[in-house]
Write a protein that binds this ligand. Structure first.
Ligand code: NIG
Length: 391
């Protein structure tokens, strides 16, 4: 049982109230990792003797990013669609069928290989915990294959059979498939069920039917809502007690009030908003009203082909009116809440005694540099359950 001391920490962001000093950050700090867990946190001057020590040389340490919205199981890319969008074409859900065709045609090894490549990219920028979804298979065999692939690559898996109705299929027949045999097949491999509640995908009643079927099968609930318009998704997510409603670009005051009065996290996806040219969600209004928010990358080939959480954090600060502290919280502990992992022995997104040693070192003295030096690769190293990877 090797104890490893991490010392020389100029600023330690724990996201744990019991260590909240001055804005939740400790200065001149150190911590000890044993058996994948944190066994000690405190002032560097008081650090205990350990078997090994790493001096990070006056740099910032914080929890690894918790990315709770990605779609990594796919094949192909949609650069041409992106280029057309940047030339003025509006995003609609139609491109999902392009990725569906490429995904069905790909081998399982290629699907897993691509998802692993994207996970590695995310890890290189500090992600230590990641959710991913099905949703580009859209028939029973392909969704099951996607669910199994997702379970090999991600920490949390979401079933998104209700992404769109695949071309040529009757809506009612497809909904019966998703809520019946497809759900039964994927349930052993997934943690959550999701639906894309939007014009061009599924309406509120259809989304409700999908989520209730998932709940009956024992899955947690999450929802894509209010991305392209006032879809009613946010109200549905709150009504059903979803862990998270994701996107939230178009909110009316009643949606903000509903979120503020609920435990449902509004997961905001800044990289997607830039790539689709949708208005940013009213993040400031959500926080000021008392709603819980998270930030996620939404890495996928259609609307957000990046797994960079630092890019999302910087955008949230520079474009969405969040403070650095709020954005870092939303990408760590706030995100953990969106997948039900904020508390308990398997908690992620915070650094506590006895908790998972999932952390990152920045090549910077403080987390402010994440937004102050946007676009710069600052992640120097991560520890995931105590295992170090240099970047
Ligand atoms: O979260 N909004 C729905 N699903 C994805 C994008 C899907 C696609 O266009 O491939 C998203 O943005």
């Amino acid at each position: 049982m090797t104890a490893e001391l991490i010392t020389g920490i100029s600023e330690l962001t724990t996201q744990a109230a019991e260590f909240a000093h001055d804005d939740d950050r400790l200065t001149d700090a150190a911590l000890v990792i044993e058996n994948g867990r944190i066994s000690w946190i405190g002032a560097a001057a008081d650090a205990p003797a350990t078997d090994t020590a790493v001096d990070v040389g006056g740099r910032a340490v914080l929890p690894g990013w918790v990315d709770t919205h990605t779609h990594l199981v796919f094949a192909g890319d949609r650069a041409a669609e992106f280029e057309a969008r940047m030339a003025g074409q509006k995003y609609a859900a139609g491109g999902i069928a392009t990725t569906m065709a490429a995904t069905r045609a790909a081998s399982t090894a290629d699907l897993i290989g691509n998802a692993r490549r994207l996970r590695r990219e995310a890890e290189a920028s500090g992600t230590t915990f990641l959710e991913t979804k099905t949703g580009y298979g859209l028939d029973l065999t392909s969704e099951l294959r996607s669910a199994r692939a997702a379970a090999e690559v991600a920490d949390v898996v979401t079933f998104l059979g209700a992404h769109v109705v695949p071309p040529g299929l009757d809506r009612r027949e497809y909904l019966d498939l998703v809520t019946g045999p497809m759900l039964a097949a994927v349930t052993p491999h997934v943690d959550f069920i999701d639906a894309f509640c939007e014009t061009g995908a599924f309406d509120v009643e259809e989304s409700r039917e999908v989520l209730l079927a998932g709940r009956a099968a024992g899955l947690g609930l999450r929802l894509h809502g209010n991305q392209l318009g006032f879809s009613g998704g946010v109200q549905l997510a709150v009504e059903l007690g979803c862990a998270s409603v994701d996107h939230c670009n178009h909110l009316q005051p009643a949606d903000i009030d509903a979120l503020a009065g609920s435990d449902t996290v509004a997961t905001l996806l800044p990289a997607c908003d830039l790539s689709t040219r949708e208005p940013f969600p009213p993040a400031r209004a959500l926080l000021d009203a008392g709603a819980h928010i998270a930030l996620a990358s939404n890495c996928n080939p259609g609307t957000s082909y990046t797994g960079s959480m630092p890019f999302c954090v910087a955008t949230a600060v520079l474009q969405m009116g969040l403070t650095v502290r709020e954005a870092v919280w939303a990408a760590t502990r706030g995100a953990a809440r969106a997948v039900g992992r904020e508390h308990g022995p398997d908690a992620v997104g915070s650094l506590t005694i006895g908790g998972r040693a999932d952390l990152q070192v920045l090549d910077a003295p403080s987390v402010a540099h994440l937004a102050y030096r946007p676009g710069v690769q600052l992640c120097l190293a991560t520890w995931t359950e105590g295992v170090r990877a240099a970047r």
